[in-house]
Design a protein around this ligand. Sequence first.
Ligand code: TMP
Length: 208
Amino acid sequence: MSMARFLTLEGIEGAGKSTVGKFVLGWLARQRIPGRLTREPGGTPLAERVRQLVLERGSEPLSPVAETLLMFAARDLHLKNLIRPALERGEWVICDRFTDATRAYQGSGRGVDAGLIETLAGAVQGKLEPDCTLLLDLPPSVGLARARSREAGPADRFEAETLAFFERVRSGYLELARRAPRRFRVIDASAALAAVEARVEAILEDLV
Ligand code: TMP
């Protein structure tokens, strides 16, 4: 059995993370590697309830710090009840967003103190870091147009954000990738799907 890997998918809205997640799962199945696709915030029944709280546009304002704490509450549940047990069983875990999303959205996007985010990350994750993070990068104007054209319902709290917010999130992600080049693989998500998948496949072959 190959060693379990923890792979995370990151990027702004409309970057194609869900499509890439399904592609990775299919690729693993063809290699007969057990894999599991999950997402944040969410992934377990309780964490999905936290997801509803943070995404819904209610009348009561949710402060950036409260938003950050909720992301980490969901992450703690997800790590203890799904991610760590799956990795211990030898399964690959492909997680659609993880702590880099908090660094980019709450940190760079909302201005939450980076020290607070790292303290919470340490408390929740301990030494666990993704083995590899695929950052699907594209201009926010392209991503948002894609996301808005495929979504039928009303925008959630993040989708309703301004272009300037997503520009900060994108810059935040690119800065994280610059600082951790061994963990991150930056993929041009504005390219054709076949090109994106070919790039992902090459990365997976390297990881096995
Ligand atoms: P999704 O639509 O990609 O599933 O993500 C839900 C939203 O949650 C997305 O707009 C990004 C946001 N988010 C954060 O702001 N911080 C986080 O830590 C995570 C995991 C997601």
